[in-house]
Design a protein around this ligand. Structure first.
Ligand code: GLU
Length: 295
């Protein structure tokens, strides 16, 4: 049971366990991904369930086939088993569009011409923070269309971003299997968020929700950097009237300076560790110790 807040969707009925691994082929996997995938695999095994592999390859400019080959190779080396075929988001655009149409029909979304830079300027933060926080900044309410302005047809405003209007001030809560109870206030901790991009592609939030629902995922295991996204996604599950899966967010791996690992930490990529002679057994043992010491 994931969601404890009254009005958010409840977790999918426990009819067998199905998890997923969802790498983005925008770089080589690093230790952080690996630990998350290892935890996902352990949980699937413990529940005698299965793991799907979803390739988050929507961002055409940043995705490369060599990174797909890279993660397939790393998963095989780690003996992390998944159920084929691999699911590619780039081949599922019509499913995401159908969900967008439902959100549109329900009055949940609006077109938006503001750039990320406009949003940051309105917040008095014209530059991104040095930490490179890749989360969406809170969209100013003043940028919303005037009340009563009506929502144009989707087809009339292709080539524009579309955003989901969050229920301002609504307290949201869900129970996280890894991190305990999580709370946020819509409109304060996150604002109206992107569901469709002007380049004709769904946002990560929408694509992930559609896939988790249609692929009947029962538990999402991923990094704790996505907890805030989970609140957004729970709002999408609710608007689309789909059950939400359970969630388990894994602690992030940081480097010696305390900086969260990102793909640019090449030294800690699985390939580099392999080249340096690390074995999967050594890695798994260290994960098991870390996870054990946290619980
Ligand atoms: N592709 C996403 C990432 O690498 C994962 C998204 C998810 O697990 O929902 O951050």
């Amino acid at each position: 049971m994931t969601v404890v807040s009254g009005s958010l969707p409840s977790a999918a009925p426990a009819t067998g366990y199905r998890g997923r691994l969802a790498p983005s082929p925008t770089g080589y996997l690093h230790l952080g991904h690996l630990r998350t995938f290892w935890i996902a695999a352990q949980r699937a095994k413990r529940h005698q369930g299965e793991l799907l592999l979803r390739c988050d390859d929507l961002d055409r400019a940043r995705c490369r086939e060599s990174y797909i080959t890279g993660f397939l190779d790393d998963l095989a080396w780690l003996q992390i088993e998944w159920t084929p075929p691999m699911i590619r988001q780039s081949e599922r655009i019509p499913l995401y569009w159908a969900a967008l149409e439902r959100l549109h029909a329900g009055g949940y979304i609006f077109p938006c011409q503001r750039s990320r830079r406009d949003v940051l300027a309105a917040l008095g933060a014209p530059h991104e923070g040095p930490g490179g926080d890749d989360d969406e900044p809170v969209y100013p309410v003043s940028f919303r269309p005037a009340p009563g302005a009506g929502t144009p047809a989707l087809e009339n405003v292709s080539g524009q971003n579309w955003r989901f209007r969050v229920p301002d001030g609504e307290p949201l809560t869900f129970h996280d299997g890894g991190q305990g109870t999580q709370t946020a206030i819509a409109g304060r901790d996150f604002g109206d968020f992107l569901v469709w991009r002007k380049d004709g592609l769904p946002s990560y939030q929408l694509a992930s929700v559609v896939d988790d629902a249609l692929l009947a995922i029962t538990e999402v295991v991923r990094g704790a950097d996505l907890v805030r996204s989970t609140f957004r996604q729970l709002l999408l599950f609710r608007a689309l009237r789909w059950n939400a899966p359970a969630f388990f967010h894994c602690p992030l791996v940081r480097d010696e300076q305390g900086v969260r690992l990102a793909k640019r930490h090449d030294a800690l990529s699985i390939r580099a560790l392999r080249a340096a002679g690390t074995t999967p057994e050594k890695l798994f043992t260290s994960f098991a110790q870390e996870v054990g010491s946290q619980s």
